[in-house]
Design a protein around this ligand. Structure first.
Ligand SMILES: CC(C)(COP(=O)(O)OP(=O)(O)OC[C@H]1O[C@@H](n2cnc3c(N)ncnc32)[C@H](O)[C@@H]1OP(=O)(O)O)[C@@H](O)C(=O)NCCC(=O)NCCS
Length: 188
């Protein structure tokens, strides 16, 4: 069965195509985009990343979609739902996430795409809760979570098990969105 494609006012969230690889690799090689990740990815690491994303779609039927502006042109980034592979006090869970090319920050694309992904998670997957997490200092990403109405409780803060002890990016915040809190006002 083909994987779902979601549509918003300005974007299509669609499955990945081989021709997206250069834009995906450029996204992951940009130090500005990867400021809050342990490192940028080289071309081989981006190819592995793309294979992991496609594998996630094959396993779960959803994942981080490629973001294609309706007006055309190359993809502007990715956003969607993912099942984290590490263990923490809030797993198993489904997270909502995003990564945009810096030329496309400040347009509301991440929030718009995330709302469509949340609607898919609550309405089509029937999830009871969707979470999001990021390193404490990633304020741009935290602002997206807050715009989406996600709630942060300091008791949920955690040390990311995939990042070494003592690393400055290890301390993470968790935001939660319960099904009932995703209201009609969120509809895109
Ligand atoms: C996190 C990230 C996606 C946020 O991007 P963003 O452009 O700030 O977020 P949005 O797409 O929701 O856009 C909101 C901004 O667009 C502005 N905006 C402009 N036009 C808009 C519109 N039509 N609708 C909504 N917002 C609009 C908003 O005012 C807001 O700006 P502000 O934060 O300065 O107030 C982006 O910084 C990024 O990709 N970072 C690197 C990857 C990363 O860290 N990912 C998260 C890991 S957990």
């Amino acid at each position: 069965m083909p994987h779902a494609e979601l549509r918003t006012k300005r974007l299509v969230l669609r499955p990945w195509r081989d021709e997206d690889m250069p834009a995906f690799a450029a996204l992951n090689a940009d130090p500005r985009v990867m400021e809050f990740f342990p490192k940028t990815y080289d071309a081989a690491e981006s190819a592995e990343g793309m294979a992991r994303i496609r594998g996630h779609f094959a396993t779960h039927g959803f994942g981080l979609w490629a973001l294609q502006p309706l007006e055309g042109g190359p993809i502007v980034g990715m956003a969607g739902l993912a099942v984290p592979h590490f263990q923490a006090h809030f797993t198993p869970c489904v997270e909502v996430g995003w990564r945009l090319a810096s030329a496309h920050w400040g347009k509301g694309y991440a929030t718009e795409a995330a709302r469509a992904a949340l609607a898919f998670g609550f309405e089509r997957l029937n999830l009871n809760e969707i979470v999001s997490f990021t390193t404490v200092h990633n304020l741009r990403s935290r602002r997206v979570m807050e715009r989406l109405g996600m709630l942060h409780t300091p008791d949920d803060d955690f040390m990311h098990p995939g990042i070494p002890d003592g690393h400055p990016l290890r301390a993470h915040v968790l935001y939660r969105l319960p099904r009932g809190a995703f209201g009609a006002s969120q509809t895109v």
